[in-house]
Each structure stands twice: as structure tokens, then as C-alpha cells.
Design a protein around this ligand. Sequence first.
Ligand SMILES: Nc1ncnc2c1ncn2[C@@H]1O[C@H](COP(=O)(O)OP(=O)(O)O)[C@@H](O)[C@H]1O
Ligand SMILES: [Mg+2]
Length: 235
Amino acid sequence: MADVLIRTAGITKDYGNKVKTRVLFGIDLEFCAGEFTVMLGASGSGKSTLLNILGALDRSTEGDVFVNNTNLNSLDDDGLALFRNQTMGFIFQSHFLLPQFTVLENVLIPHMIYADRVNPTIEKRALELLDMVGISHRRDNRANAISGGEQQRAAIARALINRPRIILADEPTGNLDTANTEKVFSLLQSINREFKTTFIMVTHNSELAQRSDRYLVMSDGRILEDKYLNVKCLE
Ligand SMILES: Nc1ncnc2c1ncn2[C@@H]1O[C@H](COP(=O)(O)OP(=O)(O)O)[C@@H](O)[C@H]1O
Ligand SMILES: [Mg+2]
């Protein structure tokens, strides 16, 4: 396939030192640029473990992950951190905003990690992102002084600040009510369409899976089902 952005080859993951427990059993997957994939599966089936390996937050025990033709195993920890910062955006069930900072400052944090200062261009981008997620009026509020739905939207703006090609989202609507789930999911879909960002999103909501390009079902560390609803890969 011409536009495979992420490819895994035989990924396994063992936890534990003396007693090893295998939680991923040889995962082979390809994700094309611009694809919106939903990952379903029971608790404990290995979804977060796989997502963390795809996002270079954790390393596999065996097997390789190639992102944009870079083998993540070829990078040392600093290289991995830089690669992650430039290529990946993360959204988790818990927003992980820093409560003592404002919404705007939180959005700028992934930029600040490798930049020495905030220039007007990046601040303008942060404000545009806050506008896009509908909370620009909250820019100067502390992150712990806004609602849960607003916090998750701030986390989405933060995930976008470095223009990542890939966004990994681990149960991003897991703490939200139905109305906020709809807002957040629609927002992720519009980001996918507008910026061609590749998404891999874990959820327990099978209705959202039906609205994606593809869904995977994990069971006991294996891919049980891999179904395309809308093929975006070039043959
Ligand atoms: N850091 C860890 N140490 C040991 N076992 C872990 C660790 N993280 C996850 N596991 C185990 O790995 C399995 C898969 O977990 P996880 O990837 O979190 O599943 P899911 O996200 O699908 O709920 C579970 O049995 C879990 O208990
Ligand atoms: Mg999980």
C-alpha cells in the first residue's frame, strides 16, 4: 500500500520480571494516512498497551513498529521523546491538564517542551485551536476551573498544537456524558477530515465504531476482528 503511515510487525508485550505475563501476542497491523480507526475490546484485552506502543510511550517486548518508515526501535529514549513530540498527539480519558496553569498555557505545553519561548505565531495558533474546539472564552481560566467537557476540548487543542500527523486517543469520551461525547467525537472527526490527521481511538462505544473508517476488536491480546467501513488506503 502506498500510504501506510504506521506498520507493526509481530509485536508482543510481556509484563513482569520473574514471572512474565504476555498481554500482546504478535500484532501485525497497518494504518494508512488519514484513516480514523476505532479500537474496541473488553477491559484488559490489551488496547491501552498496544496504543502506548504505537505512540512510542512504551516499547514492545518483541517485534517492530514503523511510523513513517522510522523503526521506533532504532531510536534511543531521547530520540523517541522528540519523535513523539513532533509526530503524535495524545488524548486520554483523564485530560491531564496542569491545574495551576491557564487553558492557553496548557495548550502551549507540547510546544514549550522543545522551544525556548512562545512567539506570537504559536500563540495565535493556540488561540485558533481554542476557537476551533469552542472554548476560546476560557483561555485565561485555570484548567481546574472549567467543566469536564471543556477540559477534554482543551486537551484536544493541546494534542494538536504541534501539528501531529497521528492522534492516539484512549477512551477520550470515557468520562463524558452523551452530549459531550457527541461534541468531542464530532470534533475529532472534523479534525480528521480537515487536517487529514490519522486517528486511532479506543472506546467502549460501539456506536462510534460504526461511524469510523475502520474498527478493530481486541480480545486477550489479539486482534479478533478488523473491519473497514470506508477504505482510505491507496492500493
Ligand atoms: N504496567 C503493567 N504491569 C503489569 N500488567 C499490566 C500493566 N499494564 C497493563 N497490564 C495488564 O495487561 C493487560 C492489558 O491491559 P490494558 O492494555 O490496560 O488493557 P485495556 O486497555 O484493553 O483495558 C491486563 O491484563 C493488565 O492487567
Ligand atoms: Mg485501557
